[in-house]
Design a protein around this ligand. Structure first.
Ligand SMILES: [Zn+2]
Ligand SMILES: [Zn+2]
Ligand SMILES: [Zn+2]
Length: 103
């Protein structure tokens, strides 16, 4: 089961939100379509707070959700390792839950 959702990285516009190459560049996450597909059950990406953007500051898609803003996860309880934040102490994705924050 996959669900079609608005691309979080470009907010559904299909354009590169950071205009890295030029202002008419297609979004690298959805290839310009403005939508992406995520397998269900999906949960909002805790690592980027659903923005699809890398919270570490680089102008690239979130390394956990790949820019979709949502992750496929069967888990419903918080990862005990990162306490559900998805981040380890150095700000990188939690090694236990891969940054999803659920287990
Ligand atoms: Zn996009
Ligand atoms: Zn994310
Ligand atoms: Zn974790």
């Amino acid at each position: 089961m996959t669900k079609k959702i608005n691309c979080a990285f470009c907010e559904g516009t299909g354009k590169d939100p950071f205009e890295l190459l030029s202002s008419i560049s297609d979004c690298m996450v959805c290839s310009g379509s403005g939508t992406t597909e995520v397998s269900e059950p999906m949960k909002k990406c805790i690592f980027c707070n659903g923005s699809g953007k890398n919270p570490l500051g680089a102008r690239v898609p979130c390394i956990v959700c790949g820019g979709k803003g949502n992750n496929y996860s069967q888990g419903n309880s918080k990862c005990t390792y990162c306490k559900g934040t998805g981040k380890s102490s150095d700000g990188l994705p939690c090694t236990r839950c891969k940054g999803i924050g659920l287990q």
